[in-house]
Write a protein that binds this ligand. Structure first.
Ligand code: GLY
Length: 556
């Protein structure tokens, strides 16, 4: 439900936070994509919670205040570091295919992929993992009851908050999908039209769903009334969920991917995200070059060639580790990287079809969200959460306020076919009942003798290349303010082109790289929304930065 802007209270608070008028001397750092989510994390830390409680509060708050990026109807990966016993673990709350899903579910009678079905409406929605992950993190790692950590989100959902420009941009992008759902239109649209900037978005049903989760834990969402409403909504719209799909959903704990780039320890997401493996593979390839000594053009050429080869392996090998064997050791082996490096020429780009030939396609819209936390005890959380495209499938299950994801599009509908991010893949990421779809989300920790960093970003297939560029900037000695501002370019093997954000490359760079054989595509906007925090071991200072491309907020 949308209300006219009625109170100056929110704006005063937002103004104060954004301008750091409540400057915090606290011994922690938080960066999220929305000021109210950062505030939720701060509130929970100040109530005696640890980074894991704050992560629960922030994840739930983002579900309310940034519904385009993530939500109870979606999933994500929470990379946790518990300082007291140096535990590093990834909580995998990724969505999975319903049991009625099958390999050919998006093919029409002539065997062609129907590109709409996997991105919009009931058939595009995987079984959500986010609510189960919040319960798991609160119960296993938190210090506060789940009901306490969910309070800020419940408050925001009941009281409402003013919607910003980013929210409106995403609404415009998914207007048609949202209009298809009566419940979504009622919540997010104003009589079917895009609402005005700073209208107050109140989400009463979502508040009730969060309260059910607070009161009954996992059963409050995956069984009982909410589960019934979710299943009914999907069945009404032609999807194939059952109550068993929801009841059977389980969070998984996975060992993160760990590697090194120079003296930096890198801890990142493991399958079913491709993030950590592709990131480490690219860094391993780059590790033998002295990038700082290279001229700017050669440096960018080498980074692109490393991305090309690492994304090629993504397409060949990666999928849900519970369903496919992934040669992780091989992919992360320095000798394997040396073999790939030996195919790189300094004077020429390698056409991607020399690696294997698949057709080219467009990379389209992307959302998702990321937040980073370090608390006073040294606990860390890097969490990247998603409902895939902005506002997911566009379908809200009536009576729940829950916007369902369209994460099924991250599967390969047909080997060689491309998803909404232009990513190709093979059988390793084909649709199977109960399988998790391959992700690119890359929540990451960095650590060396001097510093600890936590970072990540939304951005679909470009997530990994954005984190890679930020790590190379960290390696130069720069801090979070710099990582989030790095100009972004990307190569994902197919399409065979360097995709770059608006102003991401100069005309001179494009000319010189084109002479090496590279092709280009410019985005009309700057992409990504990186949230990064750092702790300096020597000075004992915390710092944090929120991507200037977004509307987030970092503390301190
Ligand atoms: N849906 C974006 C990703 O998981 O990579």
């Amino acid at each position: 439900m949308l209300k006219k802007r009625t109170s100056c209270f929110f704006f005063l608070i937002l103004f104060c936070w954004q301008n750091q008028i409540f400057a915090s001397q606290n011994q922690f750092a938080i960066a999220t994509a929305h000021p109210l989510a950062t505030k939720a994390g701060e509130q929970i830390l100040n109530q005696g919670g640890n980074a894991f409680d704050a992560a629960v509060a922030i994840s739930a708050a983002l579900a309310v205040v940034e519904p385009a990026g993530s939500g109870l109807g979606g999933g994500g990966f929470w990379l946790l570091h518990r300082e007291q016993d140096s535990l590093d673990i990834m909580v995998d709350g990724r969505e999975r295919a319903p049991f009625a899903a099958h390999r050919n579910m998006y093919l029409d009678s002539s065997g062609k992929v129907n590109k709409t079905l996997s991105k919009t409406g009931a058939l595009s929605a995987g079984i959500p993992g986010l609510p189960a992950a919040l319960v798991h993190i609160a119960e296993k790692y938190g210090q506060l009851p789940l009901a306490v950590s969910l309070q800020p989100a419940i408050y925001y959902a009941k009281q409402g908050f003013p919607i910003g420009e980013r929210h409106l941009r995403m609404l415009a992008f998914r207007h048609k999908a949202l209009k298809n759902s009566a419940a979504a239109s009622q919540i997010f649209l104003d009589n079917g039209a895009i609402p005005k900037l700073e209208s107050i978005l109140v989400q009463t049903d979502l508040a009730n769903t969060l309260e059910a989760l607070a009161k009954y834990g996992k059963n409050g969402f995956y069984e009982g009334k909410i589960a019934d409403l979710l299943v009914q909504a999907v069945l009404n719209e032609g999807g194939g969920w059952s109550k068993h799909d929801l009841k059977a959903y389980q969070v998984k704990e996975r060992a993160p991917i760990i590697g090194r780039y120079r003296n930096i320890k890198i801890t990142s997401a493991s399958p079913p995200s491709s993030g950590g493996i592709v990131l480490l593979e690219a860094l391993n390839i780059l590790s033998a070059y002295n990038l700082e000594k290279q001229d700017n053009i050669t440096r960018k050429h080498l980074i692109v060639e490393a991305m090309r080869r690492a994304y090629h392996d993504r397409a060949r090998y990666l999928g849900d580790p519970d369903f496919v064997d992934i040669p992780i050791q091989q992919l992360l082996d320095l000798n394997y990287a040396a073999g790939l490096r030996s195919t790189i020429r300094l004077d020429k780009a390698l056409p991607s079809h020399y690696l294997t030939g698949w057709q080219e396609n467009e990379t389209k819209g992307s959302d998702t969200t990321h937040f980073s936390i370090i608390d006073q005890h040294g606990n860390r959380v890097a969490a990247t959460l998603s409902i895939n495209f902005p506002f997911g499938s566009g379908l809200v299950a009536a009576g729940t306020g829950v916007l369902l994801n369209d994460e099924m599009d991250d599967f390969v509908s047909q080997p060689g076919d491309m998803n909404g991010y232009g990513l190709v893949g093979g059988m390793a990421n084909s649709i199977e009942p109960g399988k998790r779809m391959l992700s690119s989300m890359t929540p990451t920790f960095l650590e060396d003798n001097q510093r600890i960093a936590v970072l990540g970003t939304p951005g679909g297939s470009r997530i990994i290349s954005m984190v890679l560029l930020a790590i190379l900037d960290y390696a130069k000695g720069n801090g979070p303010e710099s990582w989030v501002q790095v100009k972004r370019f990307h190569h994902q093997y197919i399409p065979d082109q360097i995709l770059y954000e608006k102003n991401g490359l100069t005309e001179h760079e494009i000319k010189m790289l084109a002479e090496l054989g590279h092709h280009f595509k410019q985005k009309s906007y700057q992409y990504g929304n990186m949230q990064a925090v750092q702790y300096n071991k020597k000075t004992k200072q915390f710092s944090a930065a929120s991507d200037p491309r977004g509307e987030g907020m970092a503390m301190p």
